[in-house]
Design a protein around this ligand. Sequence first.
Ligand code: HEC
Ligand SMILES: [Cu+2]
Length: 328
Amino acid sequence: MALAVALATGLAGCSGSHSILDPAGQAARDVASLWWGMLAGFGLVFVGVVALWLAAFRPRERPARSPDQERRLARSWILGGGILLPGASILLLLAFGVPTGQRLLPLPLPGGETPRVIEVTGHQWWWEVRYPDEAGEVVTANHLVMPAGEPVDFHVTGADVIHAFWVPRLGGKIDMIPGRINRIRLEADAPGVFGAQCAEYCGVQHAHMQLHLEAVAPAAFEDWLAARREPPPEPDDAHAAARDTFAAHCASCHRVAGLYQGDSGPDLSDIGARATLGAGTLAMEEGAIARWLAEHQRLKPGNRMPAHDHLAPEDLEALGAWLETLVP
Ligand code: HEC
Ligand SMILES: [Cu+2]
């Protein structure tokens, strides 16, 4: 019974949006093969050790040996089991591990072309995502759109403490270190939605630091970028009051393209089109933004956005209703 429970719990980790054993890109496949190879190797070692251990219990006559023979036997066990066996195992691991690691590096491509770059910065406790481009930089947060079927280089860093960028189904994780830019190349085989999670404990809301990653067909990706580069529509009068509240209470931290330039909180230019709020804390649905504004310190305690209890509930509702219209 206990074994069945342990197995079921363990196996539950093998599928789903965050499983390294369900790879959706070449880098993740390389990592998964290495993992299976190591599991097989360690399985063999385990079986071998248990077999020797059982054999040692077998009652039998010990052959008579001279002290000299005893010493030689002991020495061959030490040399064989303590140096040769681990040495050979480590060499075997390196023979597979080093080429795999090499393939994960963002080295120049054979054709001389350079993959698209997406910059990701970890903040306590949200993700800033930038698409540097001659045609105009696009910024978003907690929601990463990438083209499928082509390599993408992620340049990552941390704004405050060390975070780690990890998309388990696409490849290995990489630290986001303040003052340093680390690079990793990932490719998604096909369009899909992939979970990503901060993988380096970074403070009290580390668990609520999820990134919604969407791989789309390259043409759809270009369309998305173009839509995000469009100047925002002329603000309409319906939400004028909400924009005044925003200018007074929110614009010092948040950017809304073309209107406000705050830069210490997530960019909200396309907030209406996001999948989640608060880096995975709330699912985006009608009324979710107003709920976030009223309750975010209860939903994500300690997060770096101050509570706005001094604003009337109607003002928060109005803010939410306006922000929901921000869809590229
Ligand atoms: C002192 C800076 C600051 C102020 C002022 C501020 N915010 Fe925030 N806001 C943040 C930070 C930081 C986060 C990220 C919190 C987290 O998820 O950990 C955030 C998150 C949000 C989110 C969720 C964004 C996402 O990507 O999920 C919304 C929506 C939002 N703020 C709207 C507002 C509105 C509306 C106001 C004004 C009433 C406001 N904020 C005032 C800093 C601020
Ligand atoms: Cu973290």
